[in-house]
Design a binder for this molecule. Structure first.
Ligand code: GLN
Length: 382
């Protein structure tokens, strides 16, 4: 393994999913729905394959998809973007993140990560030779500490990664938090790379603020997302980056040599998906609100201290009330082997594993039956 990746092991998602399978555990670990995506989207893919949309797509995306992404961006965030020069279709949001890091960050540049962080950000930083500065979110509020955030910025800061709704805490950063990030980026002439894949899974009472819509921020923001979470098709790996032309050019420069283009028929089907009626998005919120309620209530009844999420399909809980395990890894192992439920140990998402060792992350992108089974196993055995 090359030095740049030597410190990284197999991702925790793969490890936990394999362990869950081995022990027949109900999998509330890796964040993928156990239900299928909607028929109208699947049918659109079948139709695209049948009608011969089988050759390479244009590198920045098939034109109708770039337009559908631009239209959604305007509808959702009131920002008008040019579909041809400001939208790039990538291999999931993970592909967009990799292309943004490779296209925009130089070795030695500083990148600010808010921790717990999704694991690919730190790996991408390592792959481009960036230096990482961490800002830690701590329970119970998981709020951004202004002093810590300020201290993370310097004259060497090239970018901050902002993931909201946030995996794994379920935070949706407030307007005030987003404005603070924005003002520091303006002060230090830094970019914002956003990962907003849970943008449509936000619970009542909370609103998602997109960085690109804040005054003066569009020009320094790469907004990244995907269709996987919104349409419960995480395996399709269709994502995108929206950014002003100079930043989009840089993202494309990397993207063209990473994958060149993305699955053509799935891009066509994503056009149909993104043009779904408003009711689709309302129903999504409605269903996830019910799933959140079920799991949060269940976990509290089991005896966890639960930090209720504002968005995403994850919930963090404190496992120390049980006094079963020293840390999150040991607790997760116990949970899989003795209780038959899989969850993710969040210490993997902190630069100092001690910061996450009393926590555990559950995913609730699961059917009612699965959530019920997990809760009843935990009630019986914890
Ligand atoms: N985003 C998913 C999660 O947080 C995992 C994706 C992956 O397996 N890399 O669970």
């Amino acid at each position: 393994v090359a030095d740049r990746l030597a410190e990284f092991g197999e991702t925790i998602f793969t490890q936990i999913s394999e362990l869950a399978l081995k022990h027949g555990a109900v999998n509330l670990g890796q964040g993928f729905p156990n239900f299928d995506g909607p028929d109208f989207v699947k049918e659109a893919a079948v139709e695209a394959i049948r009608s011969g949309k089988g050759q390479y797509a244009r590198l920045q995306g098939v034109p109708p998809l770039n337009s559908a992404i631009a239209d959604r961006f305007e509808k959702d965030y009131n920002v008008k973007v040019d579909p041809d020069t400001e939208v790039t279709v990538t291999c999931g949001c993970t592909g967009a993140i990799a292309a943004a890091f490779l296209g925009l960050i130089n070795p030695g540049d500083e990148v600010v990560l808010i921790e717990p962080y999704y694991d690919s950000y730190r790996a991408c930083a390592a792959m481009v030779g960036a230096r990482v500065k961490y800002v830690t979110l701590r329970p119970p509020s998981f709020a951004i500490d202004e002093r810590e955030l300020r201290a993370a910025f310097s004259s060497k800061t090239r970018a901050i990664v902002v993931n909201s709704p946030h995996n794994p805490t379920g935070r949706v950063f407030s307007r005030k938090e987003m404005e603070l990030i924005a003002s520091l980026c303006q002060e230090h002439d830094a970019l914002v790379l956003t990962d907003q894949v849970y943008e449509h899974i936000v619970f009542p009472g909370t609103s998602f603020v997109s960085m690109a819509s804040l005054p003066g921020m569009y020009d320094r923001t790469v907004s990244m997302s995907s269709m996987g979470k919104t349409f419960s098709l995480t395996g399709w790996k269709v994502g995108w980056a929206v950014a002003p032309p100079p930043l989009s050019d840089a993202v494309r420069k990397a993207h063209q040599f990473l994958t060149f283009a993305i699955s053509t028929p799935l891009q066509w089907a994503t056009v149909t998906a993104l043009r779904a009626p408003d009711e689709f998005f309302q129903q999504l919120t409605h269903q996830y609100t019910a799933r959140r309620e079920k799991l949060v209530t269940g976990l509290r009844e089991v005896g966890f201290r639960v930090f209720e999420p504002e968005g995403s399909f994850f919930v963090m809980a404190d496992h120390t009330p049980f006094g079963i395990a020293e840390d999150d890894v040991a607790f997760c192992k116990y949970l899989i082997e003795h209780v038959g439920v899989a969850a993710i140990p969040p210490s993997f998402f902190y630069s100092n594993p001690n910061d996450g060792k009393h926590l555990i992350r559950f995913a609730f992108c699961k059917d009612d039956d699965v959530l019920s089974e997990a809760i009843s196993r935990m009630k019986a055995k914890l």
